[in-house]
Design a protein around this ligand. Structure first.
Ligand SMILES: *[C@@H]1O[C@H](CO)[C@@H](O)[C@H](O)[C@H]1NC(C)=O
Ligand SMILES: *[C@@H]1O[C@H](CO)[C@@H](O)[C@H](O)[C@H]1NC(C)=O
Ligand SMILES: *[C@@H]1O[C@H](CO)[C@@H](O)[C@H](O)[C@H]1NC(C)=O
Length: 305
């Protein structure tokens, strides 16, 4: 009996997925493919913060170029519109919008690669995608853990979560040079870049726990108490070192969005984000009370376990 089989027999109390992993690793039957691009060549050029290079960035796999003003964006929504289908918001958390590559001057490109267009409902001029959902791409790489997190924290309004994830990839990641297919070299496996982007979005999102940052300053969702824009800005600035963009609906009185601006040292995948002041003016009123509304009854659920 091989030692890995012995381990398997002993591991009778572990979960099914842990057993599958043991089988894969122990007997080498089918390993989960990695999703790492090849950044080896990046050692040949100096690492810099994006948009802060003093010489030309030769290898654009190594730093988001153009598109070095990176925005991690989040939503505060009070409902999804698909509650009946079980599409709910995570209790105690803002939700993910995306990770956007603005140019250093604040302008931006979108839908940069028609061969990686997976958005089922793109704007006019871009062909709609009708193939399998991007969730199937993630599953093909054995990344149930990633799908699980995305299903809890990356929530759409009025349409499926998968459609939203596809939209974010095709609109923004295709314009982010560190996810270019060419960066993966000859061993590129189809959709590797998609999985890699989703991982990067989550990693960036976790740097900005908006709900907890606000909560620690007494700014909690309430339908009875409102807050001032400057109070909200100061709370977030005290933890990130910069003033993010805050978006409001209802004539600037209902808080609905936050965008954290940054320059990235190295790649979006694994690099370090330096948070910077927003270059976009807030759409929240600086004089009226700002409402940070409680979610509608039945629109949120507990996801921490
Ligand atoms: C930084 O790199 C980009 C991309 O190669 C280049 O267009 C830009 O001119 C560089 N900036 C400076 C100040 O050299
Ligand atoms: C916004 O304010 C304008 C002018 O005061 C008003 O006419 C409009 O109805 C308001 N809209 C909303 C959504 O409250
Ligand atoms: C709080 O107010 C918002 C905005 O009017 C509403 O959508 C939401 O359902 C309310 N939540 C609760 C728990 O009453």
């Amino acid at each position: 009996m091989s030692s890995s089989l012995a381990i398997l027999l002993l591991a009778a109390t572990t979960s099914v997925s842990a057993l599958n992993l043991d089988i894969n690793l122990g007997l080498g039957l089918q390993s989960v493919p990695s999703t790492y691009p090849d950044f080896t060549q990046c050692l040949d050029q100096p690492s810099v913060y994006s948009c802060e290079n003093t010489t030309t960035i030769e290898n654009t796999c190594c730093s988001p170029t153009p598109g070095g003003l990176v925005l991690q964006t989040q939503f505060w929504s009070t409902y999804t519109g698909l509650e009946r289908k079980g599409q709910l918001l995570p209790k105690g958390s803002w939700t993910i919008h995306g990770l956007w590559p603005d140019n250093c001057d604040g302008s931006f490109a979108q839908y940069c690669d028609a061969s990686r267009q997976y958005d089922p409902a793109p704007p006019t001029g871009v062909e709609a995608y009708t193939g399998p959902g991007v969730d199937t791409f993630v599953r093909a790489f054995g990344r149930e853990d990633l799908l699980d997190f995305m299903s809890k924290y990356w929530i759409n309004q009025g349409a499926s979560n998968e459609a939203f994830w596809a939209h974010e990839f095709s609109k923004h990641a295709t314009c982010t040079s560190t996810f270019d297919v060419a960066c993966y070299g000859p061993s590129y496996k189809k959709h590797q870049d998609v999985v890699d982007f989703f991982d990067a979005v989550i990693r960036a999102y976790k740097q900005y726990p908006t709900f907890d940052m606000l909560g620690s300053f007494g700014i909690v969702p309430s339908n009875k108490t409102s807050y001032s824009l400057s109070h909200i800005q100061k709370a977030l600035q005290s933890q990130t070192g910069a003033i993010p963009y805050l978006g409001c609906t209802h004539n600037g009185t209902a808080l609905s969005e936050v965008w954290y601006f940054s320059h990235v040292y190295g790649t979006e995948q694994f690099g370090t984000y330096k948070t910077l002041d927003s270059t976009t003016a807030s759409t929240c009123s600086s004089t009226e009370p700002i409402w940070y509304y409680e979610r509608s009854r039945g629109s949120e659920h507990e996801v921490r376990n």
